[in-house]
Design a protein around this ligand. Structure first.
Ligand SMILES: Nc1ncnc2c1ncn2[C@@H]1O[C@H](COP(=O)(O)OP(=O)(O)OP(=O)(O)O)[C@@H](O)[C@H]1O
Length: 639
């Protein structure tokens, strides 16, 4: 009869265990090994080379170090009540899970006691079965509660983090964007916030739940059969040791595969974003060859990883089946001695499974948490960035109008012995003692060889950067005493050589920078910029979409939209970089006409590339090697 009892127990045990045992098996092994899975997401930066990829992994420790609990607390504060409710529900789900083996044991034992199928007999099973059903139902309820609550908390956390990060990025100075590539910043905003959110969610839900379940189940197992538990607990360290060795090998391989995939992505990213250049130079085949090489390397690593994961899984299954066999043999002996009932053995098996699965689930969570903390650290590091030139609108003491009225012919802007090196290249002096004056109402043409520092002068005037030495004066006062926001909004209108349009309508693009402008004002600016006619010729007129980066309009049209945009602000100082890019002669004539019109009656600094512009200017400044040539007192001379 003991054999029959064991047989019954085994039958039920196998039913309970069959599917979950296998899913738990890999996890049991990973108890020692930590995270073992193919990392499909590339590292945060798009690494073009192996060196880039290893630099990415080198920065991981720094980034984890930047993780701030205080900042996390402040981000979670508005949802604290939801978070607490989720924590309570998660712990409740775990504790209910620990109750399940008890319920199963009672059901099995009452089934084993059945002598017939009459109603009175069945009633003895109904009680334990309904109690177990109640536990299942309650567990489902709290599981629903904690998963949905944590989902909301996680999404709110990500949205708050993204908002804060975007606000921080938008307030950084231009030097910041010299240091950080846009792909990197986008990766912070999307991938890193996503990783951080999911790590947070799994740490709270899975971490809390599995830790509670592990401790609860082990306690239950030891209480049920200390002898069987000692047997089972001795077996675990062996499994952990093997898992540890294999797991760390696979982790290293997984890291290398991810870095290689990132390198392949970087090649694709560059080719796809520079498609015009690729096509213009006929480099399609070369780019494909480069990409194929990188992809093949990544695939080779991924194949090795797949083999390793297969081996890992197979050994895990073996280890888990070993546990089942051990518990069954030991349990059979206990049943034979009358120390356990069949129901208790079944419950014990379920308890072992719960303990193993829960403990094993904790293991990948460490890796997940480290990944999340690293991603969070990278985001938090950016949140700490402080711009050197702060747009601090309304700060008392900052001027928001000219320090003194400047009449025509008087100095509006003056550079006094300005020296400058870009923060990203502090050793390369770009401006080396530049002095020049821009009288109000005059057109000053700045010319000189490429790289002479002409655009750099305009960048100082918009306060994208501050001089390293010397001063920029506006109406006799240092430009630093003016509100930088006012300088860019109201004082300076900038028309760059290659203007960027936003993916919006022409009207929205012209209005950019002065959103309150009326349609009539937008049209007036477009007329001044010689743009009204071609805009009206489009079927949707001002509501025509210019496409991504303005690709749906021609180079010359883009230039004139940009001129209209600058004129709409009616700036006191117009800075324009003459377009030398590929405009056909008709477009060039139209843009030139628009610029001549725009310059009428304004103070203008024009970076001149054409003789006609220089001829029509009031003053000409010739620059070379970061200096105003012909230096001395004749830095500016009448043509
Ligand atoms: N953001 C930057 N960071 C570091 N160096 C820069 C940066 N921008 C420009 N430079 C360097 O500063 C020098 C002057 O550049 P600038 O653009 O002012 O020259 P330019 O006279 O306007 O040339 P071009 O006529 O070709 O536009 C160049 O050597 C350039 O490489």
């Amino acid at each position: 009869s003991a054999a029959a009892v064991v047989g019954g127990g085994v039958g039920l045990g196998c039913y309970v265990a069959s599917s979950d045992w296998l899913s738990a098996s890999a996890s049991l092994f990973s108890l020692g090994g930590g995270v073992v899975r193919a990392e499909t997401a590339p590292p945060a930066e798009l690494a073009r080379t192996d060196e880039d990829a290893s630099a990415v992994s080198r920065s991981v420790d720094d980034d984890v170090g930047k993780f701030s609990w205080r900042l996390l607390g402040s981000l979670l504060l508005p949802d604290l009540h939801l978070l607490l409710a989720a924590v309570v529900a998660s712990v409740a789900a775990a504790l209910l899970n620990v109750q399940i083996p008890v319920g199963i044991s009672q059901v099995v034992d009452s089934v084993m006691r059945l002598q017939g199928a009459d109603w009175d007999q069945l009633k003895t099973v109904m009680g334990p079965a309904l109690r177990l059903l109640g536990v299942y139902a309650a567990q489902s309820g709290v599981t629903f509660a904690y998963i949905s609550l944590l989902g909301c908390v996680g999404e709110n956390l990500a949205a708050r983090l993204r908002r804060r990060l975007m606000a921080t990025l938008l307030t950084q100075d231009v030097a910041f964007f010299d240091r950080h590539r846009s792909a990197e910043l986008l990766s912070r905003l999307s991938g890193d916030v996503q990783d951080f959110k999911s790590a947070f969610k799994s740490a709270v839900s899975q971490g809390l739940r599995n830790a509670t379940q592990t401790v609860g189940s082990l306690g239950y197992l030891v209480a049920m059969s200390p002898r069987l538990s000692a047997f089972f607990l001795l077996y675990i360290p062996l499994v952990v040791a093997v898992g540890l060795g294999l797991g760390s090998m696979l982790r290293a391989l997984s890291k290398r595969a991810a870095a290689q995939q990132a390198a392949a992505n970087a090649v694709a990213h560059e080719a796809l974003t520079q498609m015009r250049s690729v096509k213009a130079f006929g480099m399609e085949a070369e780019e494909l060859r480069l990409y194929e090489g990188q992809v093949e390397e990544a695939a080779a690593l991924a194949r090795r990883l797949a083999l390793g994961i297969g081996l890992f899984q197979a050994l895990s299954n073996l280890a888990v089946n070993g546990v089942v066999l051990t518990v069954l043999c030991g349990g059979g002996v206990c049943i034979g001695r009358g120390e356990l009932t069949a129901g208790e053995l079944t419950a014990y098996l379920v308890g072992v499974q719960t303990a193993m699965r829960s403990a094993a689930n904790l293991s990948p969570l460490f890796g997940h948490a480290i990944k999340g903390a690293t991603a969070g650290g990278r985001v938090f590091r950016l949140l700490d960035s402080r711009p050197c030139i702060e747009i601090d609108r309304g700060r008392p003491g900052l001027l928001t109008e000219l320090a003194a009225p400047v009449s025509a012919g008087q100095d509006l802007v003056r550079l006094e012995n300005v020296r400058f090196a870009y923060p990203g290249r502090p050793d390369a002096v770009v401006l080396d003692g530049v002095s020049l004056t821009v009288p109000s109402g005059c057109v000053v043409a700045v010319c000189g060889r490429s790289g002479a520092g002409k655009s750099t002068v305009t960048q100082l005037l918009t306060r994208f950067y501050d001089p390293t030495d010397g001063r920029v004066l506006l109406a006799g006062r240092d430009l630093r005493s003016y509100d930088p926001g006012w300088v860019r909004d109201r004082l300076v209108g900038l028309i760059p050589q290659e203007p960027a349009l936003f993916c919006a309508t022409i009207r929205e693009n012209i209005r950019y920078g002065r959103p309150e402008a009326t349609d009539a004002e937008v049209e007036a600016a477009a007329r001044l910029a010689q743009a009204h006619k071609f805009i009206k010729a489009f079927p949707r007129g001002y509501d025509t979409h210019v496409g991504e980066r303005g690709l749906a309009v021609s180079g010359g049209q883009k230039q004139r939209i940009a001129i209209a945009r600058a004129l709409l602000k009616d700036p006191k100082l117009l800075i324009l970089d003459e377009a030398t890019s590929a405009l056909d002669s008709e477009s060039e004539r139209l843009v030139q006409a628009a610029l001549q019109q725009a310059m009428q009656g304004r103070t203008v600094i024009v970076i001149a590339h054409r003789l006609s512009t220089i001829e029509s200017a009031d003053y000409v400044v010739v620059m070379g090697n970061g200096r105003v040539l012909e230096a001395s007192a004749l830095a500016i001379f009448r043509v």
